[in-house]
Write a protein that binds this ligand. Sequence first.
Ligand code: BT5
Length: 214
Amino acid sequence: MEFHDSVSLPIVGGAEVVRLGSVGSTQDVARELPVGSIVIADHQTSGRGRLDRRWEAPPGAALLVSFVLAPNPILSLAAGVAAAEACGPRVRLKWPNDLLLDERKLGGILVEATREKAVCGIGINLAWSPPGAAQLDQPRDEVFERLRGKIKAWTAAPRHVVLGRWRELSATLGRRVRVDVLGAITEGFAEEIGPLGELIVDGKPIVAGSVTHL
Ligand code: BT5
C-alpha cells in the first residue's frame, strides 16, 4: 500500500485512520485525536521509546502505529499480547513492553496516558532491524490489519484473561533477570506478574523499569 500525507479514512464511530508519509512521532499526532483513532506512518523523524530513548527505522521498513484508546491499567500488557499474536507464533514478550523473536528485540510498545485517553504506540521491525535486533519480513499492511483486530479484542478482554495470555507468551517469567529502576540495579528470579501487570522479582513488585534476561 502507498502511504500519503494527511489522507484520512473514516472508521466506525467517527474516529479515523490517519496515514502519514513522514512525521516526527505518530504519538504526537495521535494525542490530538479522539479515542478510536489510529495513526500510521511510513517514517518517523523523532520516533521515541520510553524515557526519551529513540526508536529508529528507515522509511518504509517498519510498522509504526499509534492507537488512541480508553485508559486501561494493563494496556501495555494487552497491547503486547495483541502485537505478539499479530506477528505470529514465534514471538514472545519481555516485560514490560518488548516483542522478541529468537530472543532479539523485534518491536516495542510505548503507552502515554492522560485521564481521558491512552496513546499506545507500537513499532515493529519488518524489512530492517538495527544490529542485534530482529525483523519480521512480513508485509506491513497484513501485520497492521491483524494488529488492528487484535488490539480491539485484547483491550476489551477481562484483565485475568489478558494476564493469563501474557504469562503464556512471556519470555521473562521463570528466568533470572537484572532490573534497572532509574539506575538502581537488582537481580533476582522473575516469578510472576501481579494484577496490575507488575513484575514480581524475588517476591518484590517492580512497577516500572528495564529488564535484562540473564
Ligand atoms: C520501546 O521503548 O521499545 C517502545 C518503542 C515504541 C515505538 C513506537 S513506533 C510508533 C510510536 N511512535 C513513537 O514515537 N514511538 C512509538 P524502549 O523499551 O525504551 O526501547 C528503546 C530502545 O530500543 C532504544 O534505546 C534502542 O536501544 C532500541 N531500539 C531503537 N530502535 C529499535 C528498533 N527499530 N528495533 C529494536 N530496538 C530498537
